[in-house]
Each structure stands twice: as structure tokens, then as C-alpha cells.
Design a binder for this molecule. Sequence first.
Ligand SMILES: O=C(O)C1=C[C@@H](OP(=O)(O)O)[C@@H](O)[C@H](O)C1
Ligand SMILES: C=C(OP(=O)(O)O)C(=O)O
Length: 457
Amino acid sequence: MRADGYSPTSAPIGREPWRAPVADGPIHATVTVPGSKSLTNRELVLASLADAPSRLAAPLHSDDSARMIDALRALGVGIELVPGSGAYGDDIEVTPVWPLRGDTEVDCGQAGTVMRFVAGLGGFSHGDVTLTAHESALHRPMGAMITALRDVGVDIDDGGRWALPFIVRGHGHVRGGEVTIDASASSQFVSGLLLAAPRFDVGLHLVHEGARLPSIPHIDMTVETLAHRGVHVERPAAGEWIVPAGPVRGKDVAIEPDLSNAAPFLAAAMIAGGSVSVPGWPAHSTQPGAMLTEILTLMGARAVRRGGSLTITAGAGIQGIDLDLSAAGELVPTIFALAAFADAPSTLHGIGHIRGHETDRIAALVAELRGLGGEADELADGIRIVPRPLHGGTWHAHHDHRMATTGALFGLAVPGVEVDDIGTTAKTMPEFPQMWQRMLAGEGAPGAMSEESMRAS
Ligand SMILES: O=C(O)C1=C[C@@H](OP(=O)(O)O)[C@@H](O)[C@H](O)C1
Ligand SMILES: C=C(OP(=O)(O)O)C(=O)O
């Protein structure tokens, strides 16, 4: 452990250079995407706080979900992988425990959901819970979350840093009550508090006061997953939530495919031509990726949902767009790539908070596009993109899975693009390089491939 308390227990993210394949013609493929990161990690947390065991069907298996599973196991929760029918590996059975175990260390890796959702749970344990993260994630905002957790009675020793790593000194319960938070930096502060709130002694009355509230669909997702387990969150006004203390029900749940991870595949059809279908596209979803049908249509594609699949078909060209993406910051890297191939300049705004994601995504996207000869400018809360002819070069992933998949999109139409580290996609989609190759080969869904054959391919 270093003098500041940081112990780098996460495996270093290795450099895995990858020559992005060029599309040699229109794509026609069906791509089955793995389970939603956001739903998997919420359901893991809620199942751990529940009054009975739960089973998660078709969950995500990636670095972010592995970090969550490890964190909850470290707190004493029983988590087993059991054979399931999902295309991407086992189901998960969760057996809750109460009180949670302390005197342990949790490595959040790069996962925002782990650092923001698990910090409060440490308060339910008897003993110290040390939260660390991968070196590349120590910059991620935690200050307002630490303040709010202290306000509801969680004892945190952060050495005055207002950031990871820190120690939660668990006393077996958390008081709860009224608290105001500025969640401008991340909606996950709100979600983390709401998820833990039913187990607070007196529940929670949370008010957001700040310049903006990003990623509102993700907060709606939190409220919906709580409701499904019998916890009804009142919303008296925008930016205000009341959670009663009470039981969280054990439930079997099916995890939706990750619609944000579907984004680069759907966008590929618009850049290379042709059409890409994603099966299992929900009719209703709180995932921000649900906005893709509208956004991609605005940019010139045809979107059809039939038989549970969404099909995106390229139009005559890609249209430039002026878009507020505050609700769907996760989609920015993909929409940025589309905008670079559009027929007119685009502006993406309302996204200042994505400077605090895996990397400063506004700065990284602008720098990498310029590296390929393109034109883009950083705005205070967004990006302006001016389409230009591009040339090959190294696309740096900046430790960021969505930067890596964006490099792959550029490579479809620009020969000689090399992504410096495709391994970063392991954060939410370890199968990405194989899935991309199969899409380009025009293959259908991976169907019932076993986890072993996915890994071997
Ligand atoms: O709650 C969640 O599952 C998430 C919320 C969003 O975070 P921010 O509000 O920090 O953007 C999103 O970007 C992240 O990928 C997942
Ligand atoms: C911002 C993201 O991740 P996290 O859940 O770590 O915040 C993301 O996946 O785009």
C-alpha cells in the first residue's frame, strides 16, 4: 500500500494493439449483445440486500460485473454462477446475508457502478471496508457522494482526499434521513444512495441541488429496479426522491441486452452501409440506449423493431445533428464517430460530465479525431465535429472501452487505423473483437455458444 493508502490490486490494463478491420462492402449481420452492465450491477446489489435469494438470467460477464461480484462476496454475500440459457455465459444466483461482513478490501477496478453503489453498503458491515480502484479510475468524482454518505451516517475516512481510495468504517447500520446532494458530476451518486436506502434505519429523503442532473434514464432504471422488488420510491418533484425503509424482495430477473454496447454495431451499418439487427431489443427500457432508434433515425438511418429485434439500415448518407445527450452520455463516443462521417457539422452538448468518465471523453475524442486528420473542437459542455477526409493512424483508447469501440468504427471506413489497446473493451464487452469480426463476416447471432467457446474464439 502506498503512503496515501492506495493499494494497486487491480490487474494492470495491458496494451493490446489491434488493427481495426476495414469493411469491404455493406454489412448484413445479426449481433447478439451481452447483458446490460447497468442492470446487472443494480440487480446484484439489490439481490444482496434482499430478504430471499435471487437469480439473474442472461447477466453481463465482464470486468465491471466481476468487480461487483467480488465486492459483494467480500462483504459476505453468497454468489454462484449456474448454467443458464444466455448466449454469453452463466446465470448468477445471489444469496443475501445480513449484516454484511467488514474488515475487507474492495477493488472497484474501473467500474463507476461499483465505486458509487458499494460505498454505502460498507456502512451496513461490522468493520472496515477499504475501497480502492484501478489507477486509471482514481480521478473519478466521489466527493459529493462522500459528503452525502456522511450526512446519512456512514463513517468514512478518506484522508481528506475526497476521492478513492477510502475506508468505510462500518457500524452495522446506517441511519439515513434527509440529505441534499449535488449530483452534477454523476447520476450514480443518486443511484448509489437510492439502492441502499431501503435498508437505512429511517429510509431516505434525497434532494439534488446542482447545475444539472445527467443520465436521468439511469436514475429511472434505479427507481424501476427498486419497484420491481417492492420498494416504491416517491418523486414529489424533479430532483427529489423519498425511499421508505423496508424489505427488498428476492426475485428472479432477466437482464436486458446492453443497448449502449449495441450502439457501435448499429452505427457500423450506417458507416459501412447495409443493415445490422440486434435481437432481444426491449419494447420498453430505461437504458439510455433505447434512445438510439430516435437518434439514428434523426441521423438518416431507418430503424425497424420487428419480432423483438431492432434493425438499423443505412440511409443515403449520415446527417449532421445538434443533439443534447445529457440523458445518454454513454452514447457520445458512438454518435461522435457517426458525426465525423456526416454530410454537415454536428454539435453534441449537455455532456460536460463525461470529462469525469473513464477518461475525459471530450478531450480524448477531439484529440484522437485530430490524429486521423479530422476536425473537432471541445466546448465547455460538449463537442463540435466538422466532417473532413481522414487518414489512418493510432487511435488511443485512453483506458476507455467506449473509446476503443469508437476507434473500430473509424477503422471501418479509414484504412490503417490501429486501436492501441482493444483490451479495454473487457470493462463491459470482453467479446468485442470477435463480435466485430463476426459482424463483418456477415454472421448471425452467436446463438447458444458456450462461455468456453466464446473465450476460445
Ligand atoms: O448508473 C449507471 O449504471 C450509469 C450511469 C451513467 O453514469 P454518469 O451519470 O456518471 O454518466 C452512465 O454514464 C454509466 O455508464 C452507467
Ligand atoms: C461511464 C461509463 O462507465 P461507469 O459505469 O464506470 O461510469 C460507461 O460505461 O460509459
